[in-house]
Design a protein around this ligand. Sequence first.
Ligand SMILES: [Fe+2]
Ligand SMILES: [Fe+2]
Length: 172
Amino acid sequence: MTRKRQLLGSSVDRARFVDRLIERWLHERSAVTLYQLAQARLGGDERLGRFLDEERLHAEMLERLLAEVGVAPREQPAYGSASLAASEMAMLLDAARADLEPRHVVQVLLAAERLDVAGWELLLALAREAGLDEDWLRSFRSADRAESEHEHYLHDQLLKLERAALFSHPAP
Ligand SMILES: [Fe+2]
Ligand SMILES: [Fe+2]
C-alpha cells in the first residue's frame, strides 16, 4: 500500500485547485462570523445555531483537506479566487455589522448563502472532474446539501419578515 492515496488526477493544476479550496475555506469562516453577528441581532433561532455549527464544520473539513495537500491556509496570503472571496465576504460582514433591522440581517445571510451554494456547486463539479478522492467528494456533496437547506430556510424567513413589514398597515 502506498503511503498516501492519490488525492487528485495528475493533469490537475494543483495551485489553482488549492486556490479554490482556500476560497471556499475563507467563505465558510466568514459565514461563521456572519452567523455570530446575526445571532446577536436575531436572538435564539435554533436553526441559525445549527447552521453556524455546519459552517464551522465545512471550514474544518476544508482545512483538513488543505492540510492533506500540504497547505496551511492561515499562513499564506489569499490570491486569485481566494482573494475575490475575501473581498465579497468582507462586504457582507461590513453590511452585517451595521445597525440593521432583522429582515435586513436575514437578507445579508441569504446573500452569503447564495454565494455559498454557488461556490459548492462549482467546487463539487471541478473536484469531480479533477478526480478528487471519493471520501472527500462525499463530504463536498454533504456540504452542498447543507447549503441548499440554509438557502431555503433563509429565503422563507426573509419572505415572512418582508410580508410582515409590507402588509403591516391596515388598508386605507
Ligand atoms: Fe457552509
Ligand atoms: Fe451555509
